[in-house]
Design a protein around this ligand. Structure first.
Ligand code: NAD
Ligand code: SF4
Length: 427
């Protein structure tokens, strides 16, 4: 579907869509013909997905989502249809739909765009999810840093209640009752982890729980709970409106549809881009004006560092199945400076529950600072890498399991740069 698009055209699509939405008139050509997204959907087809879903049985809606092949857009890529099927089958007096809007991964700001400009598409996706799995209550867990969005989101929810899109007997469907409330986070990155988020929703400290049980069995208030990312829910509305086959025709064999990428760093055109799965890092860099990069971090601070020699790799679950952020590092970047920045973040955000993450990240930060000052040897660097591996395997949640990735990658791809510092290699 996207094969005829140049990267420049893909960029224009986002611009056009935003223009179209702002002015409430179509400026993007025929919907569904060349490209489509939550962004164009919001401007032109609002609520068509929910209306179609209500003509189907809940099980048919789940099957439609499964057939589309969509996978969770929060980063982990769990098949959304499978999650909904499990939640629909789970036993509980009450079920919940939780929209994870705790977009805390550094360099990630795609959900902020969706919520600030296309909130109704997200609410519609939540309502379809509720219908599919039999939930009656929805919660948006909104990161504290997005407090500025709360008033407009409340107003959008109130408008939906007034027009029968939330509340009792939604769109005249007898017995389909569902409403959404907003719950504010308090500024903790770890609350983006779904079980920490649920703890926080229940009024406790945001400490991750052991899984299983997964939230689809034991979630909010002990009840089956679907936790989906903002972007996942926004795509659901389009899938229902246009059909699973349309969505599945975009992307690659194992990576269906399109993806929003938040792009920042050393490039001339940073921003949010919507692109089909399967493009290469090189194509993305061409689109965003990052042609002279020496490395790219995909998937945020907990993602993967890709050196220039691997820019032919594909953004797709077959290769780099990632979350929504891309950080470009230019030729002049000092990679140890980059690592120090990452570990300052992880030390700050570790919830402190388990020793490898709480203390190990502090040790790594101290080690990186020593390396930056040229105080340590290559043997010391090797010891730090060994500590990285220990933290990876012994931490309880994704934060600790993924935080060492950056130092391991810098050691793999830029070890010469580290060892070239003054004093290095002499001990
Ligand atoms: P995960 O693979 O453990 O789980 C992903 C989802 O699938 C969860 O909702 C989980 O409940 C569900 N799931 C997995 N196995 C299941 C099973 N057997 N039965 C039922 N449900 C199941 O990943 P995770 O630890 O939840 O998330 C890690 C990801 O989050 C990483 O890829 C990281 O990049 C990303 N992340 C994103 C942000 C952000 O701001 N979007 C921030 C930090 C991390
Ligand atoms: Fe907390 Fe880190 Fe352990 Fe996760 S890995 S539970 S953030 S201490």
């Amino acid at each position: 579907v996207f094969s005829n698009l140049t990267p420049q055209r893909a960029h224009l699509i986002i611009e056009d869509c935003l223009q179209g939405f702002r002015s409430h008139r179509p400026t993007v050509g025929k919907i569904g013909e060349t490209y489509s997204s939550a962004l164009t959907y919001a401007s032109h087809e609002a609520e068509a997905g929910l209306r179609r879903a209500l003509t189907m049985s809940p099980a048919e809606v789940v099957s439609e989502v499964a057939a589309s092949g969509i996978r969770g857009r929060g980063g982990a890529g769990f098949p959304t249809g499978t999650k909904w099927r499990l939640a629909a089958a789970a036993k509980g007096d009450l079920k919940y739909i939780v929209c994870n809007a705790d977009e805390g991964e550094p360099g990630t700001f795609k959900d902020r765009i969706l919520l600030s400009r296309f909130a109704d598409v997200v609410f519609e996706g939540m309502t379809i999810a509720a219908y599919a799995v039999g939930a009656r209550e929805g919660v948006i867990y909104l990161r504290a840093e997005y407090t500025f969005l709360k008033t407009q989101l409340e107003a959008a929810l109130a408008a939906r209640r007034q027009t029968g899109l939330l509340g009792k007997n939604i769109l005249g469907r007898d017995g389909f009752d569902f409403d959404i409330r907003i719950h504010m986070g308090a500024g903790a990155y770890v609350c983006g982890e779904e079980t920490a988020l649920i703890e926080s929703l229940e009024g406790r400290r945001g400490h991750p729980r052991n899984r299983p049980p997964y939230p689809i069995d034991v979630g909010l208030n002990g009840m089956p709970t679907v936790v989906n990312n903002v972007e996942t829910l926004s795509s659901i509305s389009c899938i229902l409106a246009r059909g699973a086959a349309w969505f599945a025709s975009i992307g690659t064999e194992r990576s269906k549809g399109f993806k929003l990428f938040s792009v920042s760093g050393d490039c001339t055109r940073p921003g949010v881009y919507e692109l089909p799965w399967g493009i290469t890092v090189e194509e993305l860099l061409e689109t965003v004006g990052g042609g002279n990069a020496k490395a790219v971090q995909v998937g945020g601070y907990s993602g993967q560092l890709i050196p220039a020699s691997q820019f032919d790799r594909r953004l797709a679950y077959e290769d780099l199945g990632i979350g929504g952020s891309v950080i470009v590092y230019g030729q002049d970047r000092d990679m140890l400076d980059v690592a120090e920045n990452y570990f300052e973040f992880f030390v700050d955000e570790s919830c402190g529950q388990c020793t490898p993450c709480r203390d190990g990240n502090v040790k790594l930060l101290e080690g990186i600072r020593a390396l930056r000052q040229g105080k340590c040897s290559s043997r010391y660097l090797n010891e730090l890498i060994s500590l990285c591996e220990t933290i990876q395997v012994s931490s309880k949640c994704g934060l600790g399991q993924l935080s060492p990735n950056i130092l391991i990658a810098i050691n793999t791809h830029f070890r010469d740069e580290i060892l070239a510092r003054p004093v290095m290699g002499q001990h």
